[in-house]
Design a protein around this ligand. Structure first.
Ligand code: PGA
Length: 247
């Protein structure tokens, strides 16, 4: 049985002074029937992880290497050291802005796992791929190439985030989300066997909000959400956490 996940992605937002907002989210998560993960900027993970009790802390990216001469980068080991338990890898903003490839993302996932972090591996098609009818081909390639060949299901979370739905207020239809999530489940089972394939949470991400969460989370293979803009405030994130906990 997969426990639902409500993951917030704060992107390049979040200062020490926002800790009250995070504490409100933390308090509201005490009774939630889902795991809540907040992926905040790495600069505040250490401080926030010390004061929260009910939520997991996540990073938003890690380097492919363990350590070394990589000015400005952050390693999986550093995130773990700061208090993170999770890390997002392969977010489309990094794939697009920094040219991250599936191969990079597989290495990042591997090093995250080696450092005892659970990896939230993001995949998703562009609008033109959706319009060309190649969505499932793109998803399959990203999924297979971004995941290591040997995994423990509980340590991997897949996030399906159509790029055209991120930060745009647009969301795919329920039919479109169902089709992709079912497809991902079948691919995971085929690649890793039934037990592992069934144990992996598949999150939906892209303009998830308090209004659409109920319908989206009712879909069989939607096991939670990866939420950007709406996770920044307790007022908008807590209703999403509660709805995901009920799914
Ligand atoms: P959004 O972002 O909820 O603001 O669309 C989601 C994400 O990028 O993970």
């Amino acid at each position: 049985m997969r426990r639902p996940i409500a993951a917030g992605n704060w992107k390049m937002n979040g200062l020490k002074k926002h800790k009250d907002e995070i504490l409100d989210i933390d308090n509201a998560s005490r009774k939630a029937n889902c795991d809540v993960i907040l992926c905040v900027p790495s600069t505040i993970i250490s401080e926030i992880s010390k004061i929260t009790k009910n939520i997991f802390m996540g990073g938003q990216n890690c380097h492919t290497e363990k350590n070394g001469a990589f000015t400005g980068d952050i390693s999986a080991e550093m995130l773990k050291d700061a208090g993170a338990s999770h890390v997002i890898v392969g977010h489309s903003e990094r794939r697009v802005n920094y040219g991250e490839t599936n191969n990079n993302i597989r290495t990042k996932t591997q090093i995250a796992l080696e450092n005892d972090l659970k990896a939230i591996v993001c995949i998703g098609e562009t609008l033109s791929e959706r319009e060309d009818g190649t969505t499932l081909d793109v998803i399959k390639k990203q999924l297979i190439e971004s995941l290591p060949t040997e995994i423990i299901g509980e340590n991997i979370i897949v996030a399906y985030e159509p790029i055209w739905a991120i930060g745009t207020g647009l969301t795919p239809t329920i039919h479109q989300i169902t089709e992709v999530h079912d497809f991902i489940r079948v691919e995971l089972v085929q690649s890793f066997g039934n037990d592992t394939g069934q144990s992996i949470n598949i999150l939906y991400g892209g303009s998830m909000n308090a209004k659409n969460v109920k319908e989206i989370s009712a879909i069989l293979n939607v096991d939670g959400g990866l939420v950007g803009g709406a996770s920044l405030k307790a007022d908008s994130f807590v209703p999403i956490i509660n709805a995901l906990g009920k799914s």
